[in-house]
Design a protein around this ligand. Structure first.
Ligand code: DGL
Length: 261
């Protein structure tokens, strides 16, 4: 079975790893729309059109399911896309439900500008955040730091945290990573926040993919397969993206193969 995984960049590789742990038998194709990233600074209409174009790309590849490994694209585009898609489309959304259930206090949600102002988050909050405990904070520029994989990207992210996030941490008791790029800073964010519990939507996506493809409930995630290959297409800077993906995936042992776009 073939599964397409889509993000504006490499952040969604964190979602791909969660899927590969739960469904190691699937053949995955990852598309990073690097020519148009970051999505978080664009309008909802633009992101809808870009997501629609990505869907056409995967449709031509003949995948059995599409994972939108981008909270921003899910927020702007998943509903209209599902109306016309000929395959299951699984989106990712900020794990506020899980964070609210696990913590009695304030929950800090880190996401892109577009996700923070999107109607999808407003709906999610009306449903689950009736006590108004979620505090969304847009983090423009943070995605780019992860995406660059510059030699000092972790130091850049630490400086970003100090200036942009730490002053507003306040009484937060949990943190939701509402952008798949931020998942690559999970351990750092735990440390910088003084050990707060961290939530993201990656496992939820993998479980939903499993349900849709196997028509049964998944068990727990297993280990990554020994021979794990990332088939990567990028709409710009493919050679740099290959190097950046290899760096991000180093501890997973995944090989990165770049395919022509
Ligand atoms: N990785 C994307 C997300 O989960 C967005 C990054 C961007 O393109 O702004 O929201």
């Amino acid at each position: 079975m073939r599964v397409g995984v889509f993000d504006s960049g490499l952040g969604g590789l964190s979602t791909w790893l969660a899927c590969a742990r739960l469904l190691p038998e699937a053949e995955y194709f990852f598309f990073a729309d690097t020519a148009h990233a970051p999505y978080g600074d664009r309008s909802a209409d633009e992101v809808r059109q870009l997501t629609e174009a990505a869907y056409q790309h995967f449709s031509a590849l003949g995948v059995d399911a599409l994972v939108i490994a981008c909270n921003t694209a899910t927020s702007a585009a998943v509903a209209p896309l599902r109306q016309q898609a000929a395959m299951p489309v699984i989106g990712i959304e900020p794990a506020i439900k899980q964070a609210l259930a696990a913590s009695p206090g304030e929950v800090l949600l880190l996401a892109t500008e577009l996700t923070v102002r999107g109607e999808k988050l407003a709906r999610l909050r009306r449903e689950w955040d009736t006590e108004q405990r979620v505090r969304p904070l847009a983090c423009p520029g943070l995605m780019e730091i992860v995406e660059s994989q510059a030699a000092d990207w972790r130091q850049q992210a630490a400086a970003y945290w100090q200036h942009h996030v730490a002053p507003g941490l306040g009484a937060s008791q949990a943190i939701v990573l509402g952008c798949t790029h931020y998942c690559w800073l999970r351990e750092e964010i735990r440390t910088w926040s003084g050990g707060l519990p961290i939530f993201d939507g990656n496992d939820g996506v993998a479980r939903q993919l499993y349900r849709l493809l196997h028509r049964q409930e998944p068990g727990g995630p297993g280990a990554l397969p020994e021979e794990l290959v990332l088939r990567l297409r990028a709409s710009a800077a493919a050679t740099e993206k290959r190097a950046a993906a290899r760096q991000l995936l180093r501890s997973s042992g995944a090989e990165v193969e770049v395919l022509p776009y």
